[in-house]
Design a protein around this ligand. Structure first.
Ligand SMILES: Nc1ncnc2c1ncn2[C@@H]1O[C@H](COP(=O)(O)OP(=O)(O)O)[C@@H](O)[C@H]1O
Ligand SMILES: [Mg+2]
Length: 363
């Protein structure tokens, strides 16, 4: 379990984190509808990943929350304040973009201090206070001592950590991150995920993290919101959306799945007139597609509810071992994860049991 979101105060009783309520947002660009009736409630201090393929409307929704785009319908609230009543400055948004390079001609310290120095005089901290805050932020993003470096003297991962420090410098009430690790190598992305999760647990900002990488979203977020063609298809914890996808799109987007054409009668699914899974609830009955993740297939000895097949291929990708199993009456082979099972031999007759699946009616 992740620790519950906490509201912190830094300056007086001005809360650093707020709830964000997105209510019935429509957004068109000329004739193109980029967002359709999008509603989403984000708790104070919550870390939400906005996940979807390229073009699904993620950046548009983030820019709407930031006040950089206007909605055609609906509204965004920070706490109980309609953001249309707030100036861009009063929204206090920390924004990190994928390709938004740091200011090249400024040092790291100048980059981080930028938002503070551009405040109106009355709200601007003095030089010593800015220096202290820059140091504290470099400490926070675990890059102490880099004040005098220029962006060109940093690695890609360091640059994005400095960009995050710059976003945090203005004491944002909401942190918006648009594919901040998108341009980095896979290995560095993984390290930065753990780093960001840890940073969030220490600072507790309400955070919306945009990504098209399902692994990144599932690993980082308290809840994942899945966008598809401008619509929110499902919002839930990583376990919810992965194990109980609301739509075939969500199921396929979040990871591999075998798709079995079945007939549902009562609470049972039948493949080729053979019962293969019981205990199904919330189904209408009739023809359905049963989606089964490769690790939800087990090799078994007993016959009840198992599917007979022949091992056709064994594969290995990195640490994962897979078996492909041919089943009579099924056009596609079953893809089965062998990571925690004894590997069969090619040509072996086996029985396969479904341990978990989601059914979607097909007619
Ligand atoms: N300013 C704009 N003018 C016209 N179309 C736009 C504009 N911004 C975004 N779009 C379109 O809206 C859709 C969603 O874009 P975007 O929110 O950037 O998607 P994502 O971030 O999920 O890749 C895309 O088809 C894009 O071409
Ligand atoms: Mg985008």
């Amino acid at each position: 379990m992740r620790s519950p979101p906490r509201a912190t105060t830094e300056r007086g009783d001005r809360p650093m984190t707020v709830a964000v309520s997105i209510e019935g947002i429509d957004k068109r660009f000329q004739a193109f509808q980029a967002l359709r009736s999008v509603s989403l409630d984000i708790q104070p201090g919550e870390f939400v990943a906005l996940l979807g393929p390229s073009g699904s409307g993620k950046t548009t929704l983030l820019r709407l929350i930031a006040g950089l785009e206007q909605a055609d319908a609906g509204r965004v609230l920070f706490g109980d304040v309609d953001t249309r009543d707030l100036s861009l400055r009063d929204r206090r948004i920390g924004f990190v973009f994928q390709h938004y390079a740091l200011f090249k001609t400024m040092t790291v310290a100048e980059n981080i201090a930028f938002g503070l120095r551009s405040r109106p005089r009355a709200e601007r901290p003095d030089g010593a206070e800015i220096k202290r805050r820059v140091e504290a932020l470099l400490e926070l993003v675990q890059l102490p001592g880099l004040e005098r470096r220029y962006p060109s003297q940093l690695s890609g991962g360091q640059r994005q950590r400095i960009a995050l420090a710059r976003a945090l410098a203005i004491e944002p009430q909401v942190l918006l991150l648009d594919e901040p690790f998108g341009a980095l190598d896979a290995r560095i992305r993984k390290d930065l995920r753990a780093w960001l999760r840890d940073l969030h647990s220490r600072t507790g900002h309400t955070t919306v993290f945009v990504t098209h990488d399902q692994e990144e979203a599932l690993e980082l977020a308290d809840r994942v919101a899945i966008l598809h063609e401008g619509r929110l298809e499902q919002v839930g914890t990583p376990d919810d959306v992965y194990d109980h996808p609301a739509t075939p799109f969500v199921c396929e987007f979040l990871g591999e799945a075998n798709r079995l054409p079945v007939k549902i009668v009562g609470s049972q699914a039948f493949l080729d007139d053979r019962p293969v899974l019981g205990g199904l609830t919330q189904n209408q009955g009739g023809p359905a597609a049963l989606y089964v993740r490769p690790h939800h297939l087990k090799l078994v000895d007993d016959v009840p509810l198992s599917i007979p097949g022949i091992v056709e291929e064994l594969r290995r990708t990195g640490p994962l071992r897979r078996a492909e199993i041919a089943v009579s009456g099924l056009a596609k082979r079953l893809d089965l994860d062998l990571t925690s099972q004894v590997a069969p031999a090619i040509g072996e007759r086996v029985r396969v049991k479904i341990t978990h699946a989601t059914a979607f009616a097909t007619a």
